[in-house]
Design a protein around this ligand. Structure first.
Ligand SMILES: NC(=O)c1ccc[n+]([C@@H]2O[C@H](COP(=O)([O-])OP(=O)(O)OC[C@H]3O[C@@H](n4cnc5c(N)ncnc54)[C@H](O)[C@@H]3O)[C@@H](O)[C@H]2O)c1
Length: 314
């Protein structure tokens, strides 16, 4: 077997900036929506009572990946990461293994990046202020990517005031209460998804919501009554209908396939985006392997400068 590149967390973050991640993820959505890249649905392996494992394959641009990754939503309380795992990268033409990549860093970048891409595609043209609900690992990366996309100033809320304060301090934003956050133009929720943080009464004309925390069945960050009042978008229908923010409303028979537009279709011009300046748009991110694939391309091609990495012969 040929030498395999190993990209640890630092190598990934050194190679791909938030601004680069936004462009890479944007490109991945367009390639998938236009049929160039392939992605079977992710497979969930429940690990009760603490979380689940996911196997996430994708192929495109000469590479094939399998991401093996966790969501253990309450791991932070025991000092462990919520998301952990690795991405195995192969050459799609020969089948040869090319790399093993730290999944924490790739997930952080591509999850943050999709919050920025969704805002660019769906928020009002004049949207600027950002509200972050949940300032843990992925809420912080969403904020960094939104800032890199020139959104802000922002307000950060977390029941742990140290987390909200640290993120606000890093970006020159403010920490605030949930009501302050929900008044912003672009609101991004990245909580464990145990309880609704957005109610129907919180919606205001022209708002954009990105819901990132509810990425498996049984998790939700908005009341169903709030979801049904929004113009609805998702990253991928199969995943969103079974394991995302929209799942509760779909199971209740209050949202149907024709009510939801995939973000990639908006980006290729196949479907309209925001229906009006006054509409409230809601984007359900469940997390896609094509986002990971897009970041892996940059790592292997050194397209963004390349990061320091090691090689091993397995
Ligand atoms: N959509 C995606 O692609 C994607 C990617 C990665 C992670 N996730 C999901 O995002 C969620 C968060 O992951 P993480 O790694 O950032 O976890 P984390 O533990 O680092 O952060 C979660 C934060 O939410 C805060 N929080 C808890 N309840 C809250 C509430 N009611 N209101 C506001 N904040 C609250 C916590 O204090 C914590 O700071 C998980 O459910 C994870 O599965 C989704």
């Amino acid at each position: 077997m040929a030498d395999i590149a190993l990209f640890d967390r630092d190598a990934v973050l050194a190679a791909v900036s938030p601004a680069a991640a936004i462009e890479l993820v944007r490109d991945g959505f367009v390639r998938y929506a236009s049929g160039e890249w392939a992605m079977p649905p992710k497979v969930y392996l429940d690990a009760p009572p603490n979380g689940d494992f996911r196997a996430m394959p994708a192929r495109g641009g000469g590479l094939a990946i399998l991401k093996w990754v966790t969501s253990f939503p309450h791991n932070s309380a025991r000092g462990l990461p919520v998301v952990d795992g690795a991405i195995f990268v192969s050459d799609a033409e020969s089948g040869a293994m090319r790399a093993v990549v730290n999944a924490q860093a790739v997930t952080a970048l591509r999850t943050g990046a999709v919050a920025a891409v969704a805002a660019q595609e769906l928020a009002r043209e004049d949207a600027r202020t950002v509200g972050i609900v949940g300032c843990g690992v992925h809420g912080s990366w969403a904020a960094r990517c939104l800032a890199a996309a020139e959104y802000g100033p922002g307000v950060c809320y977390d029941p742990d005031p140290e987390r909200a304060g640290a993120l606000a301090g890093e970006l020159g934003w403010e920490a605030g209460v949930l009501d302050d956050v929900l008044e912003c133009d672009v609101v991004t929720c990245v909580t464990p998804g145990d309880e609704p943080v957005v109610r129907a009464s919180d919606l205001h004309a022209g708002m954009h919501l990105s819901m990132l925390g509810a990425d498996a069945a049984g998790k939700a960050e908005a009341e169903i009554d709030a979801v049904t009042r929004c113009a609805l978008f998702c990253d991928e229908w199969e995943q969103a209908s079974h394991g995302g923010e929209l799942t509760g409303a779909i199971r209740a028979g209050r949202v149907k396939r024709e009510d939801v537009t995939e973000l990639g279709a908006v980006m290729t011009g196949a479907a309209p985006g925001r229906p009006s300046d006054d509409a409230v748009t809601l984007f359900d991110s469940t997390g896609l392997a094509i986002q990971d694939l897009a970041i892996c391309h940059a790592l292997l091609e050194g397209a963004t400068g390349g990061g320091p990495h090691r090689t091993v012969a397995l």
